[in-house]
Design a protein around this ligand. Structure first.
Ligand SMILES: *[C@@H]1O[C@H](CO)[C@@H](O)[C@H](O)[C@H]1NC(C)=O
Ligand SMILES: [Ca+2]
Length: 354
């Protein structure tokens, strides 16, 4: 009853039999552990999935007896193992195939004494993983200890696997080999040999000893010290520095910076947005109660379109002189439109016939 081999022949992994086996140890140690975790996680799901199952049938006393048998049966183990890997996952199928004897051992002999399959299988038996907080072939503790790798402020390379070198990648705000230092722009709220809590400085500080704009060691550019030694915004726009923005732009002050925005097209230079922010009105516009407004040249007292048969058309910022109705331009003069189109010359004749 214990020979599990034939049932495992159904595993999709066996499609891959014949491909030469390569030991895990010399290969990517981190990914071997990832694969193993996938195997044991899916095994756990398989246990849950089959928890209410039995050999099939009704709900009799006989079933009750067989149910308890199914719980620890080889059939159940096979059903669980068959669903552990995607058929496409070569690494997973190989790992299960290679160690089917271990799953059998655990299922029949170790399950109750070692309920944590990941620990028993991945860490202690095939040794592709380490306990959490440990790394590398010998499962050395991460910097800061396995309870708080990198002192809780970073990730330990290879954590939980037989790979990696244990170096800390610190979280944002922290630096140093053991992530106990604060980066520039952060300050240590709490700090001792094993613990550090770094918080961000006020936006006005380059570096600081506390969280407000009065705790800056140095102001960031765009900020300056006031009489109370606090860093406050520089209002660049109040400096009237002509080089700050272009001639057709106005200045907008922001906290810690400033920006330049384009003037309205009715302006020739401006101090703010829109037609009422102009310094001077652009050509073709004049100031009407503080707003640059289009000049209607056509209603000027002195006519602007003076040639014979010309009409004036006002446009935003300008005007046009066009030929009046029934006239067209010819060599710079407005002349009567030539009656050249056939239907128009014929229509009076048709009218005559009536
Ligand atoms: C360091 O600070 C933390 C948090 O305040 C505290 O829990 C810990 O006991 C301190 N350790 C030492 C060695 O002082
Ligand atoms: Ca500013």
């Amino acid at each position: 009853m214990r020979s599990i081999g034939p049932s495992l022949l159904l595993l999709p992994c066996l499609l891959l039999v014949g491909i030469s086996r390569i030991g895990y140890a010399k290969r990517d140690l981190k990914s071997a552990c990832t694969t193993c975790r996938q195997v044991t996680d899916n095994f756990k799901k398989g246990i849950e999935r089959t928890a209410k199952q039995n050999f099939g049938g009704g709900n009799t006393a006989w079933e009750e007896r067989t149910l308890s048998k199914y719980e620890t049966s080889e059939i159940r183990l096979t059903e669980i193992l068959e669903a552990v890997c995607d058929s496409s996952s070569f690494e997973c199928n190989r790992m299960v195939e290679e160690h089917e004897d271990l799953f059998e051992t655990w299922w029949f002999k170790r399950k109750s004494k070692h309920p944590d399959l990941h620990k028993w299988f991945c860490v202690e038996s095939i040794k592709v993983c380490c306990p959490t907080g440990a790394f590398g072939p010998q499962c050395k503790d991460c910097v800061g200890g396995s309870d708080r790798p990198c002192h809780g402020n970073g990730a330990c390379d290879g954590d939980g696997t037989r790979g990696g070198d244990g170096h800390c990648s610190c979280n944002h705000g922290y630096e140093g080999e053991s992530c106990l230092e604060c980066i520039d722009g952060f300050f240590g709220e709490v700090k001792n040999d094993t613990f550090a809590l770094c918080s961000e400085c006020h936006a006005s500080c380059q570096s600081c000893s506390g969280g407000t704009n009065q705790d800056c060691d140095e102001c960031k550019s765009g900020w300056e010290e006031d009489e109370q030694d606090a860093c406050v915004d520089v209002n660049e726009c109040s400096r009237e520095d002509p080089a700050l923005c272009g001639e057709e732009e106005y200045c907008v002050n922001n906290e810690g910076s400033f920006s330049c925005k384009g003037c309205d097209k009715v302006c020739s230079g401006c101090t703010g947005a829109g037609p009422d922010g102009c310094r001077i009105c652009a050509a073709g516009y004049h100031d009407v109660e503080g707003t640059c407004t289009d000049i209607d040249e056509c209603s000027a007292e002195v006519a602007v379109c003076t040639a014979a048969h010309q009409e004036c058309v006002n446009t935003p910022g300008a005007h046009l002189c066009v030929c009046a109705g029934g006239h067209e331009e010819l060599d710079g003069e407005c002349v009567p439109t030539a009656l050249s189109e056939e239907p128009e010359t014929e229509s009076p004749q048709v009218h005559d016939d009536l």
